[in-house]
Design a protein around this ligand. Structure first.
Ligand SMILES: NC(=O)c1ccc[n+]([C@@H]2O[C@H](COP(=O)([O-])OP(=O)(O)OC[C@H]3O[C@@H](n4cnc5c(N)ncnc54)[C@H](O)[C@@H]3O)[C@@H](O)[C@H]2O)c1
Length: 345
């Protein structure tokens, strides 16, 4: 039986999911809403779905089995609350939001209504993560190091109030993967760097050293950019494992995402799509590299959960994803206050 899906948000990421859903048995995108109606219309035409400019109208008029919510971080709240009110299971993109109070309120409503959810931490679904998780069971993990180093993307991403900054919006994937593989984080201590790009929002350009930024860059991004250029974290996992994590979105010449896990017996070097297992065998250091099967699985998992009512195969539901958001928010608070902040609240 077809699973009738409504989309809230028809931007880049939503379109990716709509494309993936074409290959998922019984998945049928029947309605798409976007505040920018032309985007809803374009996606609707492509996928044979009815376009709307308001999710409230879509929810009222359509008979849906579930929703996808793929809006920028600052737009969360109303869509979730209305979807929960309708009693519909939903897929929601990371990060859940930028404020803890909001996600706590949504989580309470989900709990009350017994709604099934799935959060877009799709890296968890790669086959190499299954292998890594199995290898780490029973291993003694000495430490973990991670990084997310790249250039900034545009639009709402570069405004702190809209995206939560790189640590919340983008690097959350790696913080979540750390939690998936190593368990929950107890506390973080963070520091930050700001000022590569001049912004009239929060920075006085005269505070920058002469020549530290090209006038062209400053001019181009004036008013638009106030996220942190780099954030570094010292972390303590509940298991006792210490970790460090660094991210920067002002390293425009590369895109590198890495988790390096050092156990007493082997080292796992994991990037998005491949994992190297490094160990000593008979006195020789060996490296086995495994390429991930990158065919997307998250959408099929969610749709199957909606169909069967069994959400146990979903690897990150709303309640779990809150814990990943808590790590980012703790990092932000720590970088601002200089204090160690618990990530367990
Ligand atoms: N899981 C992943 O790997 C992954 C990848 C990319 C983006 N994302 C996440 O997906 C979300 C969307 O990102 P994007 O790249 O598609 O952004 P985008 O700017 O391309 O699209 C967002 C769309 O949402 C629309 N929108 C905003 N508020 C709305 C509302 N209340 N109702 C209906 N439409 C609304 C906007 O008009 C826009 O078209 C973000 O949270 C982002 O972090 C996740």
């Amino acid at each position: 039986m077809a699973v009738r899906i409504g989309f809230i948000g028809a931007g880049g990421n939503a379109n990716w999911h709509m494309d993936m859903l074409r290959d998922v048995a019984d998945a049928q995108v029947v309605a798409v809403t976007d505040l920018a109606f032309d985007k809803a219309k374009a996606a609707g035409e492509k996928h044979g779905a009815k376009p709307y400019s308001s999710h409230k109208v879509m929810l009222e008029e359509e008979k849906l089995d579930c929703c996808y919510i793929s809006v920028p971080p600052y737009q969360h709240g109303e869509p979730e609350i209305d979807v929960i009110h309708k009693g519909l299971p939903f897929f929601v993109e990371k990060p859940l939001a930028t404020s803890w109070d909001l996600v706590a309120d949504i989580a309470e409503r989900i709990e009350k209504r017994g709604i099934g959810t799935c959060v877009g931490y799709q890296i968890r679904y790669l086959d190499i993560m299954d292998r890594a998780k199995k290898m780490l069971e029973g291993a003694f993990v000495n430490m973990v190091q991670g990084h997310y180093v790249c250039g900034a993307i545009g639009g709402w991403y570069t405004r702190l109030a809209l995206s939560g900054g790189q640590i919340t919006e983008q690097a959350t994937h790696m913080l979540d993967l750390m939690r998936f593989l190593l368990g929950d984080v107890e506390w973080v201590c963070a520091s930050k760097r700001q000022g590569v790009v001049v912004t009239a929002d929060t920075l006085d350009a005269s505070a920058l050293g002469k020549g530290s930024v090209s006038s062209q860059t400053a001019g181009l991004q004036l008013h638009d950019y106030n996220i942190w250029d780099a954030t570094t974290l010292l972390m303590q996992f509940e298991s006792g494992t210490p970790g460090t994590f660094v991210c920067s979105c002002q390293v425009n010449y590369m895109f590198e995402v890495l988790l390096d896990i050092f156990t007493t017996d082997f080292r796992l070097k994991i990037d998005y799509e491949k994992m190297a297992i490094i160990r000593k065998v008979g006195g020789e250091t060996t490296t086995e590299v495994i390429q991930a099967d990158t065919s997307p699985k998250i959408d099929a998992t969610f749709i199957n959960a909606v169909k069967t009512g069994d959400f146990s195969k979903v690897r990150s539901n709303y309640a779990d994803a809150m814990k990943s958001l808590a790590v980012s928010l703790a990092a932000v608070e720590s970088a601002e206050t200089g204090e160690i902040v618990l990530a367990t609240d």
